[in-house]
Design a protein around this ligand. Structure first.
Ligand code: NCD
Length: 302
């Protein structure tokens, strides 16, 4: 029996070795020096949700490896005419070698991976997972630290709805970091265990951030705050990353954000542009890490 080609649906099934292998390969990737290792491959980027960074970086990554790449926006394809995800997947399967997929429903990539035989790469599904983002976040930290072992990584914001927080938490724990989550009660999972094993919840931002090695800020949607009866000014007062709060973290703590970042909400302009901020490095690293993911799943030596 021929084994089904691997997909990347979440971080949970990966072990530390597999994660580090992808990150080591990413360090060798250079999007400005294309290497046509995937020149015979065709990749579909199937996006049922908006995206700037993730879509563009997967597209650049695929092209830098010589693959042909087609972007399908849910609103411009037959999908709008009511074609089911299953039929879309089956159709694409006959003409491409892999699907990179973003979908508003948690579990949609897993659902599709059970119906078709080509690798599916989850580019973000609902509140569930965003594995390529977690890999690029770890890669970015590792450019500034030797290892994640023992680091205190604090994530602040709308944890409950965040697929980034969930995938980051699993990955950072697998690589031995301490993961601390902070945000208003209604934006936290009911128990830390609901997110990933060994994760801690600290409600007070000053306490959470103290001696942190990495401060990861998450996007907070104002409409969501209003819907949950959280006063926006109060949120900003309690959870915004300001220069004085950042001083509570380690002197060389990294400031991260997966984007899109709302300045003046999650962090002040001063913090967003400070030397400790690696937000733009995350974007560049996104291309390298996605090249490594595509190479791992579709390259010759797989
Ligand atoms: C994140 C996403 O879409 O999950 N953004 C991204 O991929 N860089 C985070 C977010 O939208 O808040």
């Amino acid at each position: 029996m021929i084994a089904k080609p691997q997909s990347l649906l979440a971080i949970e099934p990966l072990d530390a070795r597999q994660i580090l292998d992808i990150l080591t390969l990413a360090a060798r990737m250079d999007p400005s020096r294309p290497k046509p290792t995937l020149s015979s491959r065709r990749i579909a980027l199937l996006f049922y949700e908006n995206s700037t960074r993730t879509r563009t970086s997967f597209e650049i990554a695929a092209k830098a490896l010589g693959a042909s790449c087609v972007v399908i926006h849910a609103t411009t394809a037959s999908i709008e005419k009511g074609e089911s995800l299953k039929d879309t997947g089956k159709t694409l399967q006959s003409i491409v070698d892999a699907i990179v997929m973003r979908h508003p429903n948690s579990g949609a990539p897993l659902f599709l991976s059970r119906l078709i035989d080509i690798p599916i790469i989850n580019a973000g599904d609902g509140m569930h997972a965003h594995p390529s983002q977690a890999l690029l976040d770890a890669f970015t930290i590792l450019q500034h630290r030797k290892s994640l072992e023992g680091l205190k990584i604090v994530t602040i914001g709308d944890i409950f709805h965040s697929r980034v927080a969930r995938s980051d938490a699993h990955l950072f724990r697998k690589l031995g970091a301490r993961v601390v989550l902070c945000g208003p009660d209604v934006l936290l999972p009911e128990t830390a265990l609901a997110l990933a094993p060994g994760v801690e919840i600290v409600r007070d931002m000053e306490e959470a951030i103290r001696e942190a090695d990495v401060v990861m800020m998450l996007r907070v949607q104002q409409e969501r705050l209003v819907g949950m009866q959280i006063n926006v000014d109060e949120y900003v007062r309690r959870y915004q990353l300001t220069a004085s709060r950042l001083k509570l973290a380690k002197k060389d703590a990294l400031v991260m954000h997966p984007g899109p970042m709302i300045r003046g909400m999650e962090m002040t302009d001063e913090v967003a542009d400070c030397p400790q901020s690696v937000v733009l490095e995350q974007v560049l690293n996104g291309v390298k890490v996605r090249m490594a993911i595509l190479e791992t799943l579709l390259g010759e030596k797989r």
